[in-house]
Ligand binder design. Structure first.
Ligand SMILES: C[S@@+](CC[C@H](N)C(=O)[O-])C[C@H]1O[C@@H](n2cnc3c(N)ncnc32)[C@H](O)[C@@H]1O
Length: 233
């Protein structure tokens, strides 16, 4: 059985290497998203969906992106909340945080902020965010529930969680689940969509729903975008 620390090291090494890429297009990444509206952004874009399309951002809100990579979604979120809002990315790979800060400078978005940290231990106060998004990251975590609990803690009552991620229908073979490279490539850590939704509910979220997904056959990974609300009480 592969250990959690081995997975984390494989993931960090993989994304440190990918931080230099201008764009994602190979088989060893989580997908490719367009860079529409981000003039000057130098990538990489490694997401597997569009959580912001379902986040209904309002001017002045605070948005947090779990595993922000080179910052594409944070910079888009910054456009959505405007200069009276805050867009904060958290990523555990220093090279990604440096790249994201470089992108924010290039695009001239000083109210986009990037913090180095693990999303299982978010560097954020309780009830400080209106919206938490994530794009193709939580599958990479051995303990996904920890990230959902932290998102719940960081959200204000009534706050929204919108997550795009790789999931499965049914379990993946042990040979895949024990391969560090397959973890880093957003395959091995994918769990059954129903189990994924159950983890979000167990963290305390309500109105947990799948808003969009790509077709998924048993034994294959596919992308789903899930939305949930922190109860307003
Ligand atoms: C597939 S990339 C997605 C990046 C970004 N969300 C995007 O759409 O381009 C995964 C990112 O998650 C980060 N990551 C993985 N595990 C993490 C963890 N436990 N805490 C913080 N960041 C993590 C990696 O460093 C990498 O930048």
């Amino acid at each position: 059985m592969i250990r959690g620390d081995e997975i984390r090291q494989a993931v960090r090494d993989h994304y440190a290497g990918r931080s230099a890429a201008g764009c994602c297009g190979g088989a060893d990444c989580c997908g490719e998203t367009a860079e529409e509206g981000l003039e000057g952004f130098i990538g990489p874009q490694l997401g597997c969906g569009s959580p912001l399309a379902h986040a209904a951002l309002q001017s002045g809100e605070t948005v947090v992106d779990l595993g922000s990579g080179a910052g594409g979604d944070v910079l888009r979120a910054a456009q959505g909340v405007g200069p009276t809002g805050r867009a904060i990315g958290v990523d555990m790979t220093p090279e990604m945080v440096w790249k994201a800060r470089e992108n924010a400078r290039r695009l001239g978005v000083p109210y986009a902020e990037f913090r180095l940290g693990e999303i299982e231990h978010l560097p954020l106060p309780d009830a400080s965010a209106d919206v938490v998004i994530s794009n193709c990251v939580i599958n990479l975590l051995p303990d996904k529930s920890a990230a959902f609990r932290e998102a719940f803690r960081a959200l204000r009552p009534g706050g929204r969680l919108v997550v795009s991620d790789m999931v499965t229908r049914g379990p993946l073979p042990h040979s895949i689940r024990s391969d560090p490279a397959a973890w880093a490539a957003c395959i091995a850590g994918a769990v059954d969509l129903d189990d994924y939704l159950a983890m979000i509910r167990a963290a305390g979220f309500e109105r947990v729903e799948t808003v969009t997904s790509t077709p998924g056959a048993p034994g294959q990974v596919f992308s789903a975008t899930v939305r949930a609300i922190k109860p307003d009480r």
